[in-house]
Design a protein around this ligand. Structure first.
Ligand code: SF4
Length: 411
């Protein structure tokens, strides 16, 4: 039978296929035949209450049904192996589909899997403004609007129609769920009437700190827990300072109770015992943009003279922490922190805490960095490697020309 993906052929005529055949047919997946590599099964028939289907050799099937699509009707444990085998035989990727949940298509790791809740909009993506949708009056309507925006986006991508994802480097062909479900949620901390006690000069959210949004992340998270009871959500908190969020402890209690995980972007000026507890359990990762290694530079960048307090809090967290569950970010700022004192001071703290190191650029700073700043990125990276800190340069935050300049020095 033909479907939108061509003529349905089941690959694999073993016990698993016989067991699942009726369920697949009920879902509308009706094969014209089976194919199997086992020559003993060729030209035999599979009988079921859904019909009788012949088992053919692959070549016969290709000849008889040139627009075939092979649905893998083998045990899920060997599906990937069989897919690779078929690819090696020269079957195109797009002609191999899973009978159950996955399909080969253009996609990214966020579409339908991530929900971003900010004070102003909901989205499946942190990057593209055109994917944002407005809030409705309640969670159910918000979720429905989100789901239908995802379905329309996926449909448009599949049909090759223009979408906001066009030209995004994250949009790549691969195996994705046919119907992706939310797995990760990011809440702007400002959502729950939080604020920030710093004045980082590169911050884009500053103008939002004093506005009252009156929304509750706890309410949304409880609704998500009820709607998707078996999903182990990853909850991200960022924008504004999460430790000042009046709902923080309630959110972390929920994360612990549901056995979810949490990622917090904090300035670490306020120590929170619950964060330390979840770090200890391996349920939380903490991200801190330290951007400096001296008190003077820290005060200049952050607008607060709190370097010692922040480092002290980080050390307290560090003693509670599993290896690498704290990430230190160093946003390179031309003429401000591109010097040895800051780089060395920063790496000293990172090494003491066994933190991950991310070298980044201010995403909104769109002019090429000076040679000195580029050298600082390279030096920071190389010194972090020497200290065994597993550093990463977040290339997507650099403009292409700077990306190339850094790569030319490193590789
Ligand atoms: S714009 Fe890129 S990152 Fe965002 S949803 Fe589309 S493909 Fe994914």
């Amino acid at each position: 039978m033909s479907s939108e993906n061509g003529t349905v052929v089941f690959y694999g005529a073993g016990g698993y296929a016989k067991k699942r055949l009726d369920a697949w047919v009920e879902k509308g997946l009706i094969p014209v035949c089976f194919v199997d590599a086992d020559t003993k099964k060729h030209y035999t028939w599979i009988e079921s209450s859904s019909g009788t289907f012949e088992v053919l050799p692959l070549l016969d099937c290709i000849e008889k049904y040139p627009d075939f699509t092979l649905y893998l009707s083998v045990d899920p444990n060997i599906q990937l192996k069989i897919r690779d085998y078929l690819l090696e035989l020269g079957i195109e990727n797009k002609r191999i589909l899973f009978t159950d949940e996955d399909e080969w298509r253009l996609g990214c790791d966020f579409i339908g899997k991530l929900i971003v809740f900010t004070p102003d909009f909901i989205s499946t993506c942190c990057v593209k403004p055109d994917l944002r949708i407005k809030y409705h009056d309640n969670f159910e309507d918000d979720l429905e609007a989100y789901n239908s925006s995802v379905l329309i986006l996926l449909e448009n991508i599949k049909m090759g129609r223009p979408t906001p994802c066009d030209n995004c480097p994250k949009l790549i062909e691969g195996w994705y769920k046919k119907k992706p479900k939310p797995e990760n949620v990011i809440f702007s901390s400002l959502f729950s009437n939080s604020t920030c006690n710093f004045q980082c000069f590169y911050c884009q959210a500053k103008d939002k700190f004093q506005v009252s949004y009156g929304k509750s992340a706890v309410v949304y998270l409880n609704n998500l827990a009820q709607t998707f009871p078996s999903t182990k959500f990853g909850v991200g908190l960022s924008d504004g300072e999460p430790t000042l969020n009046p709902e923080l402890n309630e959110i972390l209690d929920l994360v612990e109770k549901q056995k979810w995980t949490c990622s917090i972007t904090s300035n670490a000026s306020v120590y929170n015992a619950k964060i330390a507890s979840l770090l200890r359990q391996g349920r939380l990762s903490l991200h801190v943009s330290l951007d400096s290694g001296t008190a003077e530079t820290f005060a200049f960048i952050k607008g607060m003279n709190l370097f010692d307090r922040v480092v002290g809090n980080l050390k307290k967290y560090g003693s509670a922490t599993r290896e690498h569950s704290i990430t230190f970010k160093y946003i390179i700022l031309d003429g401000i922190n591109d010097n040895n004192d800051d780089i060395d001071g920063f790496l000293e703290v990172a090494a003491e805490l066994n933190a991950r190191v991310h070298v980044a650029n201010d995403a909104h700073y769109r002019v090429p960095l000076s040679d000195r700043a580029i050298n600082a990125c390279v030096e920071l990276y190389q010194k972090a490697i020497a200290k065994n800190l597993k550093p990463e340069i977040i290339f997507e935050l650099f403009i292409p020309v700077d990306r190339k300049r850094i790569q030319a020095c490193l590789f």
